[in-house]
Design a protein around this ligand. Structure first.
Ligand code: ARG
Length: 469
């Protein structure tokens, strides 16, 4: 009987024929929504148990559905059975195979449900798991940064603004800057996951259902905080996907900054760092090359994720309530954002641990006495001078040193007197970078003492999360 046919693409009895082949290829989402297999099965199992609990299907039917779905999931996951593009999407593939396996109970599963609330539910489950997983990967990267920062709490290097040497800082402080960025990225992902915390299941195609289902029960079974509160909104908004993609894009922007610094620092010109062999590639032509491909890819990958965010927002803009098929197009950019963040984060702990810093070169670069100009001005402030005046005087000292073609540190007592009668050579001690950095102990400062404080704070947070730092 035609009504007993598997419901390919959800067309049912209303259609006499099949969809046009080219149209069907355009329409099918199975090539990418296969990622939802496990979430789709979980959602269906929760739905079936709820249907039995409220008496809409028999308990024995629910048992058959739950067990059948386990089998379907296993077959597809292990590749024993191929997903069928003619069945359009993951939802139809799962349901159709289920019905082939268990017969009539399978045909009861779609009671009080539409693929619209189903896919919205699957995507939120995917989003929440992805956010948690990315957060944990971020934590592993933070562990690696924390360890390197602890090791290099005292290592001096120039800090830069405009990529010009500015003031000496510590390498630990520099590395901990990335830990700060990652902490915010983690927070953004988990915030977005929290806002995706309501279950759309039971919203139906757009207008819920007249059958008395228990939405709170399915929400709870799936780990949501509760059900969504508007069926039209629940089936038609992908804001949670856009938020997570944005969090991935911004994370990527941060990783791209790290990537760029590693590329720059590993040049012969800088020579501040060597990346572990496992994170470099050679050249097929030039035998001496050691190329920082992985750092370059950390720099490049976010470009695509930024594009994913734009794609997601552009698809979503101007869509009328409620479901529109356009929403299917939000899936690929969403997966791409998550998966790109995942592969990028996966290299970080090993890459960071592999970094061998050339501390002597950094130290030598930090000896540049010009880096102490600000510290010298602050020394004059300590002696009671207004900062603007101190700034002015140091400016004149810098010019004097340039005229004589000597470093600030080599100015004589006469040079100092010439610039300002109150200056004695003792003020020049402020130019010593180690001393200058050690004095910047203020909260958020680069002094070794301040870095150790921040490292301890981060280590305590990570240990709370179960990591050994
Ligand atoms: N593959 C579809 C999507 O991702 C599932 C929902 C289909 N619903 C429909 N009314 N055609 O949006």
């Amino acid at each position: 009987m035609s009504s007993k046919k598997p419901i390919g693409g959800g067309r049912g009895a209303r259609f006499a024929g099949e969809m046009d082949t080219a149209a069907s290829a355009l329409n099918a989402s199975i090539a990418f929504d296969r990622r939802l297999l496990a979430d789709d099965v979980r959602g269906s199992q929760a739905h079936a148990r709820m249907l039995a609990a409220v008496g809409l299907i028999a308990a024995a039917d629910a048992d058959a559905i739950v067990a059948g779905l386990d089998q379907v999931a296993g077959e597809f996951a292990r590749g024993e059975r191929a997903l069928d593009a003619a069945l359009e999407d993951i939802h139809m593939n799962v349901e159709s195979r289920l019905t082939a396996l268990i017969g009539e109970p399978g045909r009861r599963l779609h009671t009080a449900r539409s693929r619209n609330d189903q896919v919205a539910t699957d995507l939120r489950l995917y989003a929440r798991a992805a956010a948690a997983e990315l957060a944990s990967q971020i934590d592993q990267a933070r562990v690696a940064l924390c360890r390197q920062a602890r090791k290099h709490a005292e290592t001096l290097l120039p800090g830069y603004t405009h990529l010009q040497r500015a003031q000496a800082v510590t390498l630990g402080h520099h590395l901990m800057a990335y830990a700060e960025m990652l902490a915010r990225d983690r927070g953004r992902l988990l915030d977005a996951a929290r806002r995706a915390g309501q279950s759309p299941l039971g919203s139906g195609a757009l207008a819920a259902t007249s059958l008395s289902i228990d939405r709170a029960a399915t929400a709870q079974a799936l780990g949501f905080d509760g059900p969504t509160h508007n069926s039209l909104d629940a089936v038609s908004d992908r804001d949670f996907a856009a938020e997570i993609a944005f969090a991935c894009a911004l994370l990527g922007v941060h990783l791209s900054r790290l990537g760029e610094e590693l590329v720059l620092w590993s040049t012969t010109e800088f020579g501040f760092v060597q990346l572990g062999e496992g994170y470099c590639s050679g050249s097929s032509l030039m035998p001496q090359k050691r190329n920082p491909d992985i750092a370059e890819l950390l720099r490049a990958k976010p470009a695509r994720v930024i594009g994913d965010v734009v794609t997601l927002l552009t698809i979503s803009k101007g869509l009328t309530l409620a479901y529109n098929k356009d929403l299917q197009e939000t899936q690929e950019p969403f997966y791409d954002a998550v998966e790109t963040a995942r592969v990028s984060l996966a290299v970080l702990p090993g890459l960071i641990a592999s970094l061998e810093f050339n501390t002597e070169r950094m130290h030598a670069a930090a000896q540049d006495p010009a880096l102490g100009a600000t510290d010298l001005a602050e020394e004059l402030v300590r002696a009671g001078m207004p900062f603007r005046e101190g700034h002015e005087i140091v400016g004149r000292l810098v010019r004097r040193a340039e005229e004589k073609n000597v470093s600030l540190r080599d100015l004589t007592a006469d040079d100092l007197k010439l610039v300002d009668a109150r200056l004695t050579p003792a003020v020049l001690k402020a130019l010593d970078p180690a001393r200058a950095v050690a004095a910047r102990t203020v909260v958020g400062g680069p002094a070794p003492e301040a870095v150790r404080r921040e490292v301890a704070r981060l280590a305590a947070e990570l240990e709370q999360l179960g990591f050994a730092v």
